[in-house]
Ligand binder design. Structure first.
Ligand code: SF4
Length: 62
């Protein structure tokens, strides 16, 4: 499982790194970025929660 953040949609609200800092970090551009690696199984539920909590649905989980 991987997560990606659409930079054209993210509004930089910082919610996803608050919920799941192991997968999402804020970048110098003020937007969230997901780690490029596969998400560890124990973090999948939290990463999905972060994606579902995004107010603008900028996070895709594949
Ligand atoms: S929750 Fe959504 S809008 Fe907020 S920082 Fe994360 S990707 Fe961006």
């Amino acid at each position: 499982m991987k997560a990606t953040v659409d930079p054209d949609t993210c509004i930089g609200c910082e919610l996803c790194p608050t919920i799941c800092p192991e997968v999402f970090q804020m970048g110098d551009d003020g937007l969230a970025h997901a780690i490029p690696d596969n998400i560890a199984p124990e973090l999948e539920a939290t990463a999905r929660e972060a994606a579902q909590s995004c107010p603008v649905q900028a996070i895709s989980i594949t």
